[in-house]
Design a protein around this ligand. Structure first.
Ligand code: FAD
Length: 437
């Protein structure tokens, strides 16, 4: 298989390429964990053109309190730009070097989703290039254009409405055409995003027993923190196994899990008195303040290191992205406990307050088949609980094999119809989930 890369320096070059109708997989920062960028030839047998969007000059401006951006703006730069204007991003992926426009395509979420909801909710309007290279604008105030099968599709979406993302995209408002469709219907070029005031925050972490041995303390925090969404901006877990990915001086606890919380400083006293100080299973001696720098550095370095180690070992990432209803959270932890016993190294981290955790196997190449089998079992359980199997990282190429049981002809018919209307020449990520599930 040959992989050819074409970089675009501006939108005009991109438009010209679209007019060639060459089937292309457009990329931004290439941080997606569901696209094996270093092993694309194993996933895609035919030749492939990668369209690199990361060189298009970044532009940012404010429209009132909304951030308007185009080009290759990453989350870190967007946040710095906003902070200089006393505003802040509401939700962004832990990987801050990912590009914001790609986040629309993946319907990304992140830590602060706990307080502010997912990115989709914050998108006021967007522009995209269609298959004729024409730039079109979509507003969230408009409904999703009617197509055959849409009512049945929307009815099938209802059980997933409360999750960050469902096994298939939510087609409700006009902007949803580009949200979570992973670049299969056009290329996102501009975005207007709601922001929030840049509040001062306090970061704390709690030391807990290992979840594999006793998760009562975890469940107590999970239940109590639900009443503090807003005052608590994010509530994240890194289990004891994650600590081995940190430098010795960065590690927290001794063979203990940690829960990290970002709390609005002006509501800290309330959270301290009525949440932290009321915990029966966690002593106040196990609650510590931490700097914002350390919070973000630790939270990002573990998933990065997991990703890098998988690459080094020559295996594709084997991690879950499941979110379940609060009442099913202990069932999810029980299922992960069973997975932890198969004898392959593992770790658990993620968006704890949202019942959304990434369980990662760290297999040697010979162990991948047994891990794969374990994941099939897990996805079957998530299906039975009507949970969300791919709550933030999307489907890409790696999760296509797991999506099948969540999809029926109701979704397939709408996907085909959308591809027919918006990608009649099959030039936008033809290997994506819309035509392959
Ligand atoms: C350490 C780590 C932590 C992460 N944490 C999170 C997290 O907390 N939350 C989360 O949601 N994700 C997370 N991710 C996954 C990843 O960062 C997101 O999916 C991100 O949105 C991908 O952005 P990117 O610029 O790297 O896109 P790429 O990987 O380059 O592309 C991803 C997909 O978007 C499409 N695409 C890219 N740009 C455009 C565009 N302009 N128009 C249309 N389609 C486009 C591509 O075709 C592809 O299908 C994490 C990844 C890592 C490595």
């Amino acid at each position: 298989m040959t992989i050819k890369t074409k970089s675009f320096q501006n939108t005009d070059e991109l438009k010209a390429h679209i007019l060639t109708q060459e089937p292309t997989f457009y990329t931004s920062s290439k941080t997606s964990t569901v696209i094996p960028y270093d092993k694309l030839s194993e996933e895609i047998k035919s030749s492939l053109t990668l369209g690199d969007l990361s060189k298009i000059p970044p532009q940012m401006t404010l429209n009132g309190d909304n951030l308007v951006l185009s080009g290759a703006v990453n989350w870190q730069d967007a946040d710095q730009f906003l902070k200089a204007n006393q505003r802040a991003i509401m939700t962004s992926p832990t990987e801050q070097l990912a590009l914001v426009l790609a986040g629309v395509a993946t319907s990304c979420t992140g830590e602060r989703c706990f307080a502010f909801g997912n990115l989709r909710k914050q998108i006021v309007r967007l522009k995209y290039l269609d298959f004729e290279g024409t730039e079109k604008e979509l507003h969230r105030s408009q409904p999703f254009p009617h197509i055959k099968g849409l009512e049945a599709y929307q009815a099938a979406f209802a059980p997933y409405a409360h999750f960050k993302n469902a096994p298939f995209p939510r087609f409700e408002t006009a902007t949803d055409l580009m949200i979570g469709t992973e670049g299969q219907l056009g290329i996102v070029t501009e975005l207007e995003l709601e922001t929030t005031p840049h509040d001062s925050v306090t970061y704390v972490f709690l030391l807990l027993p290992r979840w594999e041995e006793d998760y009562r303390a975890h469940l107590e925090v999970f239940e109590k923190v639900q009443s503090y969404r807003g005052a608590v901006i994010s509530c994240e877990l890194l289990d004891a196994n994650c600590m081995s990915f940190l430098k010795p001086e960065e590690r927290m606890g001794v063979n203990q899990d940690i829960i990290l919380m970002e709390i609005k400083a002006n509501q800290f006293e309330d959270v301290f008195d009525h949440l932290l100080n009321q915990l029966v299973h966690t002593s106040m001696e196990d609650v510590f303040e931490v700097t914002g720098h350390k919070f973000h550095q630790i939270r990002a370095s573990v998933p990065r290191a997991v990703f890098e180690e998988n690459s080094r070992m020559g295996v594709k990432k084997m991690g879950t992205d499941c979110q379940v209803k609060g009442e099913d959270f202990s069932k999810l932890l029980d299922t992960y406990r069973a997975a932890a016993k198969i004898g392959v190294r593992y770790n658990l981290f993620g968006h704890f307050g949202d019942a959304h955790l990434h369980f990662n196997f760290m297999p040697a190449p010979a162990d991948t088949a047994i891990c794969q089998k374990e994941f099939e079992h897990l996805y079957q359980k998530v299906f039975e609980w009507r949970g969300s199997p791919f709550a933030e990282h999307g489907i890409g190429l790696l999760k296509q094999k797991f999506i099948k049981s969540f999809i029926t002809d109701v979704q397939r018919d709408v996907f085909k119809e959308l591809k027919k209307i918006h990608d009649p020449k099959g030039q936008f990520f033809p290997q994506g989930f819309m035509l392959s599930v």
